[in-house]
Design a protein around this ligand. Structure first.
Ligand SMILES: Cc1cc2nc3c(=O)[nH]c(=O)nc-3n(C[C@H](O)[C@H](O)[C@H](O)COP(=O)(O)OP(=O)(O)OC[C@H]3O[C@@H](n4cnc5c(N)ncnc54)[C@H](O)[C@@H]3O)c2cc1C
Length: 497
């Protein structure tokens, strides 16, 4: 290809398709023809309702008004994820989005906290984190000066509708129809998509957002799939929506069970529930029965089975096609990272948008950056499964005993011996996330940094109690999450009949 890109075709209109369309429309819509094809007959995966704080950046770049957005998607605020029964049955911790305590430039807060534990003057690690304590007390407000770190729970179909309106306002044209054929030119690039009614949609550049089907990147261009199920063995989910039974929690619940885990995602108008499990250890009927026995509130939808295979495409950009969303791979939803990865791919694609014809250096750079990001997230998710005391079922015995990537082994050993964590380059999960999850999953570092010994016992006590008091005093000033939602962004969604 030597001509400048003029016609963009986005195949698929789930969260990935519409996030892509809204962003390209906003940034380049004035100069490009952008068409999105989706099929109501096929529908979307219909899950993906918990996010992480990076979505605030995407929304800001698109100029989205937060209160209007929250209201449209029946959204609630999310301060973290509660992990129940992961380390041991009846054990619970929260991985919050906040920063815990106060670091010194030589050493993370956990080094001082560990010294405090040794002296018997430190409370639980999470007590020194504003977001975590606010989550436990079910309180929330925007705190501009302190910068409370939060994300959203949202209704995924309402979110797609919200983005669709934005995209169409910026000139994106939606075509309803089922893609039956992907046509390529002599060079092997994609040239057009043929709908079942015979309509030909031509393009210069294609974005594959067709979900697990991966019609363009997988089927047409033959890009392979790297399977990660030996590290992340869950391969089925069942999703069901219920009426809420109480005020929405400002955090996601992730509750481990005998062969995986289940989620509870509180929205303003309903609750999203689901179970993730490994079919080798639990069959679908068992999974369904277990899920229905655990959820609270009237069931609003038929339980829906979603098979998946954890892994990644071996290339995310191939020729004139970029894969975004489930077509590009899937790391299971434990830390709500998929929508983040969509956002990252959309932003990266726009940053590397062809300046003329498609350049192979751009393709290489795009794929390199995407892999780096994915592998770090993958390691972080494996950590939750592998670092457990549970041996009560074959599933957990497998996870405890399985081989893990060397990169992860190194992090665990480093933390176990020294309490140190680090953030490699620009990876998603920062030091505080690794610390919270490694402590939560049961590693207590064997030693602490010598800088903590420079402080006397009294200094350590005062340092810790000062942070603790500040956290508690601030949380006392916050309204309840429920009251805040009602005044800031009451839902415009209603419970499905
Ligand atoms: C069980 C589970 C739980 C999850 N939970 C979370 C979470 O909490 N947080 C998070 O960030 N992510 C989560 N995810 C991931 C999240 O759901 C997806 O990343 C997100 O929904 C994007 O999906 P998608 O748009 O790629 O695919 P889909 O929603 O499947 O959309 C595919 C689109 O392609 C269209 N299409 C397909 N084939 C054709 C064809 N032949 N012709 C025309 N159109 C076609 C479909 O109609 C549809 O519009 C979860 C995923 C699973 C499986």
């Amino acid at each position: 290809m030597s001509e400048a890109i003029r016609k963009i075709v986005i195949a698929g209109g789930g969260t990935a398709g519409w996030m892509t369309a809204a962003a390209i429309g906003k940034v380049l819509g004035a100069n490009l023809d952008i068409t999105l094809i989706e099929s109501d007959q096929i529908g979307t995966v219909g899950v993906g309702e918990a996010t992480i704080p990076t979505l605030l950046t995407y929304n800001r770049l698109l100029g989205i008004d937060e209160a209007k957005f929250m209201s449209a998607v029946g959204g609630t605020f999310k301060l973290g994820i509660a992990f129940e029964n992961w380390t041991d049955v009846d054990h619970r911790y929260i991985h919050s989005f906040g920063i815990t305590g106060k670091d010194h430039w030589t050493a993370g807060f956990q080094q001082f906290w560990r010294k405090g534990r040794e002296l018997g003057v430190a409370k639980e690690f999470g007590d020194y984190c504003l977001e975590l304590v606010a989550a436990e007390k079910r309180r929330f407000a925007h705190l501009p000066k302190l910068g409370l770190n939060y994300a959203y729970h949202l209704d995924s179909s309402a979110y797609a509708q919200f983005l669709r309106k934005m995209a169409e306002d910026n000139g994106v044209v939606r075509r309803e129809g089922k893609i039956g054929e992907v046509r390529k030119n002599e060079a092997g690039d994609i040239s057009s998509l043929i709908l079942d009614d015979g309509t030909v949609i031509e393009g210069d550049f294609f974005v594959d957002c067709t979900g697990f089907r991966a019609l363009l990147i997988g089927e047409a261009l033959g890009v392979g799939y790297e399977d990660w199920t030996h590290w992340l063995p869950c391969d089925r989910a069942i999703a069901v929506q219920t009426k809420s039974v109480g005020p929405p929690l400002p955090y996601t619940r992730s509750i481990a069970h005998s062969a995986g885990w289940r989620w509870q995602i509180p929205l303003q108008h309903r609750t999203g529930n689901g179970i993730v499990f490994c079919s080798q250890y639990m069959d679908e009927e068992e999974g369904k029965a277990f899920l229905l026995s655990q959820i609270e509130g009237e069931v609003l939808t038929e339980p829906r089975v979603i098979p998946f295979r954890t892994g990644t495409r071996s290339a995310h950009w191939e020729r004139n096609c970029v894969a975004i969303g489930l077509s590009s791979g899937f790391i299971e939803p434990l830390e709500s990272t998929s929508i983040h990865l969509i956002q990252r791919s959309v932003m990266r694609m726009l940053q590397m948008f062809p300046q003329g014809s498609v350049a192979s250096v751009d393709i290489d750079e795009f794929n390199k950056q995407t892999f780096f990001e994915l592998e770090h997230i993958r390691d972080f998710i494996i950590l939750h499964y592998h670092l457990t005391n549970r041996e009560d079922t074959p599933f957990w015995r497998y996870c405890r005993g399985m081989d893990i990537p060397d990169t992860l082994r190194h992090r665990m050993e480093l933390f176990r011996e020294t309490g140190r964590t680090f953030r490699a380059n620009d990876e998603l999960f920062a030091e505080n996330s690794w610390t919270q999850v490694m402590l939560g999953q049961g590693i207590m570092p064997q030693s602490h940094h010598p800088v903590a010994d420079v402080m006397s016992e009294e200094e350590v006590r005062n340092f810790l109690s000062h942070i603790d008091e500040n956290v508690r005093r601030t949380v006392e000033t916050l309204p309840s999450h429920e009251d805040y939602l009602k005044s800031y962004c009451p839902s415009s969604q209603s419970i499905p009949e």
